[in-house]
Design a protein. Structure first.
Length: 225
């Protein structure tokens, strides 16, 4: 496909290129490789090598100066819609497609109130669309699944990552303290994967976890009644 650039396009690319380059180098040197503190074999993110090989990682640099959180949230939601639309005709999209939304204007002191807050607020919407939304920045405290002292989501520049939900994401969806969130996440998970789960014990455990979350909500209603 031919691509024509205007003078403004070229200027924007020149401004964005350092951030795109830095994030891609981090993806290749960290996410796609093994780390001794990971706690399991394989790369930090097993999803990334396949995405790189298929050339299915796309990035955007998002400027946020003088923008309110609601404006940034709207932009992220728009990228969710773009992600779903562009994945329709891609055979490998469910296993390799990823968007990395880079926020170079977000100061390190603001990563929690901006990046983390937006991720927490929008994640239910993404999960119910069959997607995952991950937060990455230098100060994230999200631990690794196999080593709680490892921080796999630390990136050189703040970003949000969009990809399709996978069966392996179950631990991230059954862990919220809020039972309402657990219900939303587990119902979405079962919607997309119940017909693919071959392990009957695993499926039963998911259903039991969902039932317990619903019972917890019901109990709180009765207590507050």
């Amino acid at each position: 496909m031919m691509k024509l650039y205007t003078p403004i396009d070229i200027e924007q690319v020149q401004h964005d290129l350092p951030y795109l380059t830095e994030v891609m180098e981090w993806v290749k040197s960290f996410l796609s490789r093994h780390h001794p503190d990971l706690g399991r074999p394989g790369p930090v993110c097993p999803y990334v090598p396949h995405a790189l090989k298929s050339n299915n990682i796309e990035m955007a640099v998002i400027r946020t100066k003088n923008h309110e959180s609601q404006q940034i949230e709207k932009v992220v939601k728009n990228y969710r819609d773009i992600f779903l639309e562009t994945a329709k005709n891609q055979k490998e999209a469910t296993t390799t497609k990823a968007f990395l939304l880079i926020f170079p204007d977000v100061h390190i002191e603001d990563t929690t109130p901006i990046i983390d807050s937006i991720q927490q607020k929008l994640k239910p919407l993404f999960v119910e669309s069959g997607l995952m939304l991950g937060e990455f920045h230098k100060r994230t405290q999200s631990p690794g699944l196999h080593n709680p002292n490892f921080r796999p989501l630390r990136s050189p520049i703040p970003l949000l990552a969009i990809r399709f939900m996978g069966e392996f994401d179950l631990p991230f969806l059954e862990s919220p303290d809020d039972p309402h969130l657990r219900i939303r996440y587990l119902e979405a998970y079962l919607k997309y994967f119940s017909g693919q789960i071959k392990d009957e014990a695993k499926l039963q455990n998911i259903c039991e976890t969902l039932a317990l979350a619903k019972a917890e909500v019901q109990q709180k209603i009765l207590v507050n009644y």
